[in-house]
Design a protein around this ligand. Structure first.
Ligand code: ACO
Length: 376
């Protein structure tokens, strides 16, 4: 009889050329490149080309892709109305993104191929997130600017101010870093949906729902809240110990695959350092370093042998905070990066033509007899 792997750990469910996660060595390879090799250098548009076509776009292809994305950023009126209603109901940024993602069927011509549909979806994700953020704050959405890169335009649409090149670079490093990561829960969700020959927008919408959960993409906000709750280096041990004594999980630590430090944490820590040069900011950076070291030490004490290390979400929090993004925007911003990987996996999965359909082990009763309920 087959045994059940409740979280599917160790189960290999797909072949992929997109990324390789080595959780024992702490290595992440994206389309053949070590993360450290390209994340801080590639534009996000180059990463899109790399994941979707397998090679870095030529300068001409890069310009053309950037142009096509820029031309597809404007949301349909119905999506904007939906976001306004969502803002009135004060739903979370991820709920708003999920609802708006579904509504993109109104904008994306259904007779296009997957890759062309994907350009529309990826182009509109930042517009959705930024528009919703502004509507939630009682402000008017800012129209996208076609002359800006994907990353710069996102930051621009949040505030109406042109970002400093260092800020754009930091965001691009972040988006590149989270663009793909093996068969994580949201990517698997997208692959399952597209494997039924459903459409791209359904797959992406489902993936947003999977990413929203606290055990997947929902951790960076709470990770930053934890750092602020600690407040000063001398309180780190007390606060963290109290949490562990209460049986709470420390957000930003632990990973299903990585049993050593998540390589994405290092890349993001380095990118974040660029944003924390001023004196006051430096203090926060130092506090984060102390909290991290103490958390790892205490996790080993409370969960010996579990090898719980810093994950991507911990430094995501620091980097996005350094870009002045509020915590509500952390997970939606993750989605702006990861949607590119979801699309790439949908392309791979649909090429296999095989529906994903595992089995379950029945543990219920059998041979029960149907008795009509007695009349009162
Ligand atoms: N803090 C405290 N204890 C933890 C933590 C943590 N962050 N992570 C795992 N543990 C403990 C568990 O309670 C469990 O203890 P037990 O065996 O005594 O019951 C043990 O370590 C093993 O944990 P699992 O749940 O089996 O680990 P799993 O691989 O299922 O979970 C996960 C991985 C969900 C990421 C987990 O480490 C966690 O909840 N971390 C906090 C949330 C977080 O940071 N999520 C973002 C992940 S990165 C991403 O998805 C993009």
């Amino acid at each position: 009889m087959n045994s059940v792997k409740a979280g599917l750990e160790g189960v290999v469910a797909a072949e992929t050329r997109l990324s390789r996660v080595d959780g024992q060595k702490g290595e992440l390879i994206i389309a053949g490149y070590a993360l450290e090799e390209f994340a801080g250098r590639a534009t996000f548009e180059e990463t899109i080309g790399l994941l979707w076509q397998g090679v870095i776009p030529t300068p001409n292809e890069h310009t053309a892709l950037r142009q096509r994305l820029a031309e597809r950023r404007t949301l349909p009126q119905a999506t904007l109305q939906l976001l306004a209603s969502a803002a009135e109901a004060k739903v979370s940024g991820m709920d708003a993104l999920r609802m708006a993602a579904g509504s993109l069927s109104l904008a994306v011509p259904s007779d296009l191929g997957l890759l062309e549909q994907a350009e529309w979806v990826v182009a509109m994700f930042p517009t959705i997130v930024a528009a919703y953020w502004r509507l939630r704050g009682g402000k008017t959405p800012i129209a996208p600017r076609a002359d800006l890169s994907h990353a710069a335009n996102y930051l621009y649409m949040l505030t109406g101010t042109l970002p400093h090149p260092d800020q754009t670079r930091a965001l691009e490093t972040y988006l590149n870093t989270v663009s793909d990561h093996g068969l994580n829960a949201s990517t698997f969700t997208a692959r399952v949906i597209i494997s039924t020959q459903s459409d791209l927008i359904s797959a992406i919408t489902g993936a947003v729902g999977a990413l929203k959960g606290a055990l997947h993409g929902g951790a960076p906000g709470p990770a930053l809240d934890m750092v602020f709750e600690i407040g000063s280096t001398d309180r780190a041990e007390t606060v963290l110990r109290e949490k562990l004594e209460r049986g709470e999980r420390l957000m930003g630590f632990g990973h299903r695959v990585y049993k050593v430090r998540d390589p994405r944490a290092d890349v993001l820590a380095e990118a974040a350092a660029m944003l924390y040069r001023e004196a006051g900011d430096k203090a926060l950076y130092e506090l984060v370093r102390v909290v991290e070291a103490k958390a790892i030490e205490l996790l080993e004490e409370y969960k010996p042998g579990r090898r719980l290390q810093t994950n991507v979400e911990f430094y995501t929090a620091l980097l996005l905070h350094g870009l002045n993004l509020p915590t509500d925007l952390f997970t939606p911003t993750f989605a702006i990066g990861r949607v590119v990987g979801w699309v790439a996996h949908c392309l791979e999965q649909s090429a296999t033509g095989r529906i994903i359909r595992p089995e379950s082990l029945y543990v219920g009763e059998s041979g029960r007899q149907w008795l009509e309920p007695e009349m009162a």
